[in-house]
Design a protein around this ligand. Structure first.
Ligand code: NBX
Length: 830
């Protein structure tokens, strides 16, 4: 009998273990139990959220056996643990992904249905943990999925932000930021581990002292101490039996109250102390590229790095191994420079706390650490003013000076007299106000340095890290990014996954090179028809959501032309706008001119302080306002700004795209990963030779990719010749007409100067060469229109894109890291 406790409304038979059982009856009983005992609700009174929570807990229970076994492997001395240090993990909603990876979507769907609920409704209840800005944070999440799928023992270490990336609303065409209170309704996926916590020091000063052997040592006397508490989330591999660990740190006050000692003044001071300690993990900084020199951000970075390294030392002791063998037990990957203070912190822990000598400590540090660079933009490279740094991390600054002294000694003895070289390589920027350059710290203290796409790695070696490449060529690797086909196809595009598996079997989910088997069906009319049907269904689903969220009616039969990513001038969302206005002008010049039906879908958040990015959003919505309602356009063009682009919305958008816009200025986008998600879902790409576009084009074939624009080398060349945007404007009549329309206020009634800053930037500087690429982009878009007209040829290209995207699985990327950088083998199969 289904034991119903405290609720008389439903009773049925159960077979066994409600914590583990996979029978429908077990699942139902488990869900009801969680409604009754975890949510403390009667089934008859349960809200949709109670149902979601109960299902989440029932699924989590079913992850725990594998998790315990996997956690046990952390103590297996023959296995190396990958420690992925990242200030961001953009995991996306957990429930759907866990159902997919555990292979229990259908059984849970049925159990939920028999309880009178709809699984899709429950999936929509989950508030996604938005603990990241964009590509970098999402990459970390894809990599955890692949690590668990490939059975590699791994811990993702990061920060449990109380408020993640803001929610975006569009009001009057402008972005408005809303606080992301993702924990409001509780988080069923995390397990708080109050017993796993570490103290982290901040501020104060250092002192020298003599130890018992009369050795001179340094003691750090902090101004303040805070505590980091572990919150663990299981990360299940796809049918791999391995469940890895995401361990996020929450900051707390060390002693909340000291009741014995308090008088009124001390009481308030104690409360202030608590509040300021908790501030550290309060909020994710919503800035992607340009670096902001905020003190709290450095505190966040140090906080999570220190907790994570202390945790690794604890695990090392649990394994019964010597601290000196740390590099045999752990591979630490620095996800950009955000965690690069780890180099100095590990040195401090080894030298000051483990009383190790400098040289062996340094060898361990370099053997453990590896650094991934994600950007070439000079303004994005992290550097901290010395006064700020020494006020917060006085001991680390001393250690960095010592690292730098030894490093520059080597440089000088290898290149005597080359003071310029030493100055360029120095971890301390001494030209003017002094800074600590974090990319230099990471490069000096790591045995491996990698870029995230072939072109990016080459440019890294030639530009930002050129001197390091000359010095340590063997440290440089390329690992082209990848995305997980579990979340980005199986979960988000189930209809396409079914169609593919029906043809070639399910092996592609873990061996995506098998997608190649689709090539032979690419020209088959019946298969093409099914392929188009899936795409059309996905477009209809998206169209309904667009209608609901923006009020705009779009035609699923039109070409869905999509540009979703963070808003940034280098990503050139406004180049897409120039295209739209060009088409608009053609219609206005001759309403009967043939302009093919297109739906332009934009999405993405702007950093709250990035005015130009926010103005670009306003430009998109304003152009939409005019174009969407123009009688001459007559519905042929629709412009949509889809608000609040995040992982959840991405899962709706990628499967519905016909055309993927990857139009950054060549040399600026390190890799891109959205480009991969689109193509894996059958969109064709229009793009520049930038980031991973280069390799995507190579793989899918140049005849299946719409290429335009100056190459990175040509961009360089243009700029060094003295780029003059105004001459491009004057020499191109349609371009002039487009810019003049914006400048004349045609899209900003009542405020003709609204977009003047944008126009001034384009005509005055045009740092990202929109005007130089304009004509090539228009011509390429005309080729897209022509190609879309031939439905069968287009479908064939779409199938070939999917068939040839295998190399962009994050499994391939993780295998490369494991083999070339981490030297971490998988857990042997059961
Ligand atoms: O990392 C992105 C790059 O722009 C993409 O080209 C690349 O594909 C992706 C993964 O390698 N970078 C990125 O997303 N950066 C940030 O989100 C970021 C966040 C905080 C910050 C600086 C950058 N302080």
């Amino acid at each position: 009998k289904l034991v119903h406790r405290g609720d008389s409304s439903s009773s049925r038979e159960t077979t066994g273990d409600i914590r583990r059982g996979m029978d429908c009856a077990d699942l139902k009983q488990a869900i009801i139990d969680h409604i009754n005992f975890t949510q403390a609700r009667l089934v008859s009174q349960a809200t949709l959220n109670d149902w979601y929570m109960a299902v989440a807990y029932a699924v989590r229970d079913r992850m725990l056996d594998d998790w315990h076994v996997s956690l046990g492997h952390l103590r297996n001395r023959s296995l190396k643990i990958v420690s992925y240090l990242s200030a961001e993990f953009l995991m996306g909603p957990h429930l759907g992904n866990n159902l997919v990876n555990l292979g229990i979507v259908e059984s849970v769907r049925r159990a939920v249905a028999e309880l009178g609920q709809n699984l899709d409704d429950l999936l929509r209840q989950e508030e996604e943990p938005g603990l990241g800005n964009g590509g970098l944070g999402r990459l970390a999440a894809c990599y955890l999925d692949s690590l668990a799928t490939l059975r590699v023992p791994a811990i993702g270490y990061g920060i449990r932000y109380e408020f993640g990336i803001f929610d975006q609303e569009i009001r009057d065409g402008w972005q408005v930021e809303i606080t992301d209170k993702w924990l409001r309704m509780g988080n069923p996926w995390e397990i708080c581990r109050p017993d796993i916590s570490y103290l982290v020091k901040l501020g104060g000063h250092t002192e020298q002292y003599s130890d018992e052997n009369d050795c001179l040592r340094v003691r750090w006397v902090p101004g303040k101490v805070i505590k980091g508490v572990a919150y663990d989330t299981p990360v299940a591999g796809y049918c791999s039996g391995v469940t890895d660990l995401l361990r996020l740190w929450k900051s707390e006050a060390v002693e909340s109250f000291n009741f014995q000692a308090f008088n009124l003044g001390d009481y308030y001071r104690a409360v202030d102390e608590k509040v300021s300690s908790e501030t550290i993990s309060k909020v994710l900084y919503p800035n992607d590229e340009p670096q902001i020199g905020k003190q709290l951000r450095l505190a966040q970075q140090y906080f999570f790095v220190s907790c994570s390294l202390q945790d690794m030392l604890r695990i090392q002791r649990l394994r019964g191994e010597n601290i000196g063998d740390l590099a045999g037990s752990f591979a630490v990957q620095l996800n950009d420079t955000h965690p690069s203070i780890a180099v100095a912190e590990l040195m401090r822990l080894l030298v000051d706390e483990q009383m190790m000598e400098w040289e062996p400590a340094w060898e361990i540090t370099c053997n453990v650490m590896a650094y991934t660079n994600h950007t070439l933009l000079p303004e994005a490279l992290e550097k901290w003013p010395l006064p700020l740094f020494s006020a917060m991390l006085p001991r680390h600054l001393e250690i960095i000076f010592e690292i730098n002294r030894r490093f520059l000694d080597q440089v000088r003895s290898a290149s005597p007299g080359d003071d310029g070289l030493a100055a360029r390589l120095s971890i301390i920027d001494e030209g003017g106000e002094r800074y600590v350059r974090m990319a230099h710290l990471a490069s000096v203290g790591s045995h491996a340095i990698n870029g995230v796409a072939a072109l990016h790695t080459e440019l890294l070696k030639e530009t930002v890290l050129k001197d390091f490449h000359d010095l340590y060529p063997e440290r440089f690797h390329n690992v082209t990014n990848g995305v997980t086909p579990r979340r980005w196809v199986l979960l988000s595009n189930p209809a396409l996954a079914r169609l593919i598996s029906g043809k070639i079997g399910e092996g592609w989910v873990t061996r995506p090179e098998e997608l190649r088997a689709l090539e032979k069906f690419a020209g088959q009319p019946a298969f093409q028809k099914s392929w188009r049907k899936v795409k059309l269904e996905n477009k209809s689903i998206l169209a309904a959501v667009i209608r609901e969220r923006t009020g705009i009616q779009v035609d699923p039969a039109s070409l869905f032309d999509v540009l979703v990513k963070r808003i940034h001038e280098y990503k050139r969302q406004h180049l897409k706008v120039l295209h739209i206005i060009t088409l608009f002008n053609r219609i206005k010049a001759d309403p009967k001119s043939e302009v093919r039906s297109r739906t332009f879908i934009f999405g993405g958040k702007a950093a709250p302080g990035y005015h130009m990015a926010k103005l670009i959003i306003k430009l998109i919505t304003s152009v939409g306002e005019v174009v969407n309602n123009d009688p001459d356009v007559a519905g042929r063009l629709k412009v949509v700004f889809f608000p609040d682009f995040n992982v959840t919305n991405g899962q709706l958008v990628y499967p519905a795209a016909d055309l993927s816009e990857q139009i950054s200025t060549a040399g600026k986008e390190a890799s891109g990963t959205g480009n991969m998600k689109f193509s894996l879902n059958g969109a064709l790409t229009i793009g520049t030779l930038d980031g991973a576009n280069v390799e995507i084009r190579q793989e899918v074939g140049e005849e299946n990719f719409f290429l335009f624009g100056h190459t990175a080398a040509e961009v360089q060349e243009l700029k060094s010749r003295g780029y003059d945007p105004r001459s491009w404007y004057e020499g191109n009549a349609p371009l002039r007409a487009v810019i003049d329309r914006i400048a004349a206020g045609d899209f900003s009634p009542g405020d003709r100067n609204l977009f003047q800053p944008l126009v001034d930037q384009l005509l005055g500087h045009d740092d990202y060469l929109l005007l130089a690429d304009y004509q090539a982009y228009m011509d390429c878009q005309d080729r897209v229109d022509a190609a879309f007209r031939d439905r069968d040829a287009w479908t064939e290209m779409s199938i070939l894109n999917v068939a040839r995207m295998g190399m962009f699985s994050s499994d391939r990327a993780i295998r490369e890291y494991c083999e070339n950088i981490w030297h971490a083998p998988p857990i042997p199969g059961d």
